[in-house]
Design a protein around this ligand. Structure first.
Ligand code: ADP
Ligand code: MG
Length: 690
């Protein structure tokens, strides 16, 4: 049984405002107490009309001298208010009869609004107003303005919060030693934010720098850090197979044979991250590690070597990618590397069905398939691994929440032992996010590209240069090189006026006679896509017109030119991913960003960032500047809502402090830590683990 407030009787339906409060999650007194104002109105003072200046927002009190509807076609109500010091015009463009009554001649009114200079002197347009008795008391505190809605009127919310504040349990849970210095007690802070004394400067309330705000933000950040630390502690208690050594005492482990069979040596960065991963795999605790490295930095071979460790130790490995094209690329590469060494690699995707699928599932269940590669088909319920020891997930943030929960389930399927997890991403996590939502994640970074790469040169052209760009393609193809032409959408949306891939395919086919132009887009069947990709790999196709299906991971080193049409419509991360498809071999490569003028400011900033740098980490930083952190890792949007008050960018000082004290609090006052997390996150702390 929960101890939430008693449900209203089943026969009595909730009122509109009650339903609206419920929708906002305002169920308990504490929820209402923590529903803080967006801003405040100062109704504590009355100004003299004579002293008003244009642009002021002010409250005045006076008596209505006249109240008249003026104008024929556009009727307005013009009210003249006098307070003895002067006269003010109140102008209403819409009004109801009831309002007209309150605004009638002789009424005493308290009025609040912005002062403007009007034809008849100073005036307020649509001010807030109410009738008052002479000498009616003024409020003692600033008036809070809450996030509200049409269904949840401000006045209703103010009353509900006012009474919740009296009851809400806001006693101190945290020992003073963990608090940043100079902050008020929680109860005091919450009260102050709802009912600030008139002397409080509104600016420090509204920009949330007031100590009371700092206290709340700290509370929230600490709860988040504690929840992460609890997750780390819980993981440390789990058991996983130690993936080291070689079963059966084989003196020719797969790992070593793979290393010597590779056509290249590992970069220093690759060696370092491999060692970090190996150390994790050798421990009987599940690994939870992110491998980040720029596009083309060589993450796949690191994945293959990790898989070899698992296989050597007698366990299976699963590798999962978000799209079929990307999964296929991995599959081909891994088959090419591992099959000659005697490893059975299975392939599973959504489009593989029937007997073939059944045969694969059989091999996975028997353990014959040591490595399984595919899309999320790999983690369907009917896929049962004999001994899953390691799961590798490429671009995990592109999988949906349901799929990630399914993956969790697959990792824990083996009753006693949990599988290790390695995720890979070309999008680096910003530091503040790494310290918060990803605190339960170890990170390895490949910060070096394989040798012999020539950085891609990026050029930005208006679409008028299209013909010259096509000429350039002709030259490139004549030299035996291959070209990508990327379009934003397939099947025209006339409103957006986008060149669609089909039309461009026809256009390039006509402009480049004797040159084979292929087409790849999201609406094609998987088998069709795979066939086109195979032809591009085999260089039977010279120019590939494609939508963003090629965005991630496609690897054709002979491609040396990429044209991105309507580049202004792509996000920065996406442009970087796309550009990473060229410059993968030793030939100098070019990326042309075609845009259709005029460019917006953010459009300009994005294209400039692309032209300025090829460093994915720098691009991620600029992206963060342009977009803000909220959107950064779309995948954790459910988590973003957990931070209601703190702002990861602006409050990094408080975040550092919370991070420092969290382990001490957990160790020394575990019951206080638990109570604090429960107060702030309640049932939501589970979200942090998804
Ligand atoms: P990403 O990190 O973007 O997934 P890939 O794993 O696809 O990058 O690697 C990009 C290309 O670089 C592949 O063709 C791969 O075989 C090659 N490669 C990886 N490591 C090295 C290395 N140490 N030396 C030379 N080439 C490498
Ligand atoms: Mg990759």
């Amino acid at each position: 049984m929960s101890n939430t407030p008693a449900e209203p009787g089943a026969a009595r339906p909730l009122s509109g405002p009650q339903r609206a409060m419920r929708k906002l999650g305002l169920l308990r007194d504490i929820d209402l107490a923590l529903h803080l104002p967006l801003r405040y109105e100062d109704e504590t003072r009355i100004e003299a009309i004579a002293a008003l200046r244009e642009g002021d927002t002010a409250q005045v009190e006076g008596v209505v001298r006249s109240s008249e509807v003026e104008g024929r076609s556009r009727r307005q109500l013009v009210v003249k208010l006098n307070d003895g010091s002067g006269e003010l015009v109140l102008r209403f463009l819409n009004f109801y009869p009831a309002q007209q009554k309150t605004l009638a001649r002789g009424q005493r009114l308290r009025v609040r609004g912005e002062v403007r200079g009007g034809f008849l002197g100073r005036e307020m347009v649509h001010p807030a107003f109410k009738a008052v008795e002479p000498g009616a008391p003024l409020p003692a505190a600033l008036t809070p303005v809450y996030p509200a809605s049409a269904q949840l009127p401000q006045a209703y919310l103010r009353k509900a919060i006012g009474s919740a504040l009296v009851r809400a349990p806001l006693e101190e849970i945290l020992p003073p030693a963990v608090l940043p210095p100079g902050l008020p007690a929680l109860k005091e802070a919450v009260r102050l934010l709802h009912q600030p004394p008139p002397s409080t400067p509104p600016a420090v309330l509204e920009d949330r720098s007031h100590p009371a705000w700092q206290r709340l933000k700290f509370e929230e950040l600490l709860a988040q850090q504690l929840a992460q630390a609890q997750a780390v502690a819980q993981r440390a208690k789990l058991r996983a197979p130690a993936l080291s050594g070689c079963v059966g005492g084989d003196d020719r482990p797969l790992h070593g044979r793979l290393l010597s069979a590779l056509p290249f040596g590992l970069t220093g960065a690759q060696q370092r991250v491999c060692a970090e991963i190996d150390a994790d795999l050798a421990r009987p605790v599940p690994m939870h590690r992110l491998l980040q490295g720029d596009v083309g930095s060589g993450k796949t071979v690191v994945a293959a070597l990790s898989a070899a460790r698992a296989i050597d130790a007698g366990w299976q490995c699963a590798l999962m990618a978000p799209t079929e094209i990307l999964a296929e690329q991995h599959f081909h590469k891994l088959v090419q590397w591992l099959q000659p060494l005697g490893v059975t690699v299975a392939w599973l995707s959504g489009s593989r069905k029937g007997k073939k699928r059944a045969a694969m599932i059989e091999k996975i269940a028997s353990g014959e398939a040591a490595l399984v590669v595919g899309t999320h088909a790999v983690i369907q319920d009917d896929v049962v691994f004999a001994r899953l020891g390691l799961a590798i997930v490429d671009e995990q943030h592109r999988f949906g929440v349901a799929q990630r929960l399914q993956l969790r389930h697959k990792l824990t399927e083996q009753a006693a032992l949990e599988a290790h997890l390695l995720t890979m991403s070309a999008t680096p996590i910003p530091r503040t996010l790494a310290m918060t939502y990803y605190a339960d994640l170890d990170v390895s970074t490949i910060d070096e590209l394989p040798p012999g790469r020539t950085p891609v040169v990026t050029k930005v052209f208006a679409d008028q240069k299209r013909a010259q760009v096509i000429e350039r393609i002709r030259d490139e193809v004549a030299r035996g090189r291959q070209v990508y032409w990327v379009c934003p959408l397939v099947e025209e949306s006339e409103h957006l006026d986008l060149q669609n891939a089909t039309a461009t395919h026809a256009e390039l086919g006509a402009a480049l006679p004797g040159c084979s132009v292929g087409l790849l887009h999201g609406r094609m069947a998987a088998a069709e896509k795979a066939a086109v990709m195979a032809q591009f790999h085999g260089a039977q196709i010279a120019v590939l017109v494609a939508t963003t299906v090629i965005e991630v991971g496609v690897d054709v080193p002979n491609a040396s030119l990429m044209v991105i049409e309507h580049a202004e419509r792509f996000g920065l991360a996406q442009l970087h991913q796309l550009r990473g498809r060229v410059g993968r071999g030793a030939v100098a490569s070019v990326c042309v960003l075609l845009y259709t003028p005029p460019l917006s400011d953010t459009g300009k900033a994005r294209l400039k960032a692309m032209a300025d740098t090829t460093d994915g980490f720098e691009i991620a930083r600029r992206d963060l500047d342009i977009r803000g952190p909220g959107e950064f890792m779309g995948a954790r949007q459910s988590g973003d809502e957990l931070l209601r008050f703190a702002d990861l960018n602006g409050d990094s000082g408080l975040l550092e402090h919370a991070r420092r004290v969290a382990p001490r609090l957990l160790a020394e006052r575990p019951e206080a830590a638990r109570a604090h997390v429960a107060r702030w996150l309640g049932g939501r702390s589970e979200f942090l683990k998804a």
